[in-house]
Design a protein around this ligand. Sequence first.
Ligand SMILES: [Zn+2]
Length: 561
Amino acid sequence: MVKRPAEEALESSSESPVSKKARVQDAPDQDLPPPPPPPPPPPPAEDAERKGNGHVNGGSRGMTSAQHDAIADDIDPEDDDDEEESATDPRKAAPDERYSDLYLDTISRKNMDFDFEKLCSITLSNINVYACLVCGKYFSGRGTKTPAYFHALEVGHHVFINMETKKVYVLPEGYEVKSKSLDDIKVVVDPRFTPEEVKAFDRRRVPSWDLLSRKYIPGFVGLNNIKANDYLNVVVQALSHVSPLRNFFMLEDLSSRPQLVLRFSTLVRKIWNPRAFKNHVSPHELLQEIGLRSSKKFFLTEQADPVEFLSWFLNHLHLALGGSKTKPRSSLVQQIFQGMLRIESQGITARANAGDRLRFEDAAIKSQTTPFTILTLDLPPAPLFQDDAGKNIIPQVPLSTILQKYNGVTGQEKLNTRMRYRLLHPLPPYLIMHIKRFQPNKFLQSQRNPTIVTFSPRALDLSPYVEPNPQSHPTGEPIAYDLVANVTYEGVKVRDDSVEGEAERKVWKVQVREGGDSQQWWEMQDLFVDKVNADLLATKESYIMVWERRKTGGKGNGRAG
Ligand SMILES: [Zn+2]
């Protein structure tokens, strides 16, 4: 696979990999010789040999051997979606062209939801899954004895789409329908984009309308909270607004990559789909894979910490894209987000001198450089008590103050070691900051620091926190970053019967900025999407921030300060 570096302009990638694929699939069947006479009936289904054939391998992750056998029995050998087989199967010969569209008016687009994991509703198999375009359910099949075949016979639903190849078939007859009127469905199953289309997203915002005539802006759509996956939704929204990452997952041919990559790519493309049937997307497929890969540490039934999830997800995306465990910047993920940090540590020993006064002795300074993907910022301790009027004091701190941790001068004492941190050139194109609000507490599971971090979303200068290196960056020249995504925490009080009387439900929201020069911000909380004023960003409890480095250097267009 040819990788297009993130920094490279979109124009340079010649064409979308999809169009190549489409050409192969569109090879006209008319050139095939006329079908031979019907073949002898297939061997009995109990044929032991078939259980070991290619169908069962691959894709059937996480299933018991009993399930494997069930699937092997369910899948007819003729149901292999091979290009050449249609010539040998009389069942698949299309009828007279006038009749091939016979069942298309039974298709119901409002029943279609292709966001859920593609598992046969009968066998739970994920092999050869078709969606019924009448009721929307998934069935494996399409040969005789398959669930899709029986669904067609028993319920009388006749039009099915293969979720892999996106070919549409009429069952039980088994012929393929090649009507242009089905193209909109194929787009919803698996939206594809040209580099030109992707580039246009950041230039102008074009509204779309869904099946129910609801207006939406591609890229600024809600994500379903299936049960407790809002922590994941905010991370997915933030990442899908990091242009080079988004463009890569929208345009690159990732078909040979692991499921985690494939499913994230599909989700990003659905978020930006201008031809969607619904004005929101469900992250169900990606969640299922993440649940599996993380041994349910991150799943849809229980809230998790967005920053822990982000760290896990970036690391696993990095590995799934072929990134190295040791070599820095060896995948697109690290090329976008990874920076380097110098850590100095100095042991401190205290001893009493002759006059019985404590004397501190500084040991030698140890210095090491280490890569980082997420920059952790500590908050000053929050006041524990209310003021005289009984009001809660909401403490505030400027972002530039908590960034002082990285100025290389201020020391932080950790046990009996003094630590100093400093960023190194070059800073990454996108800088992720984590404002550490949650501390483990001996009474509760974690204690939250509600301090508000104040900042301007434009032109944050990071040069004071970077070790000078004139070869890489002129000393004294600012390094400007603009905010592109901001994940915020909100504690919503809920009544409960516990001793404390009131519990707090964690609510995660994300604010993302439109691309290009636009200063319009949007806020998403699961399905809720609304415009938000940029001035309000710094009034919320920011938890994760994603900053984009200005390409024109620091001074250029620093109109905001
Ligand atoms: Zn159906």
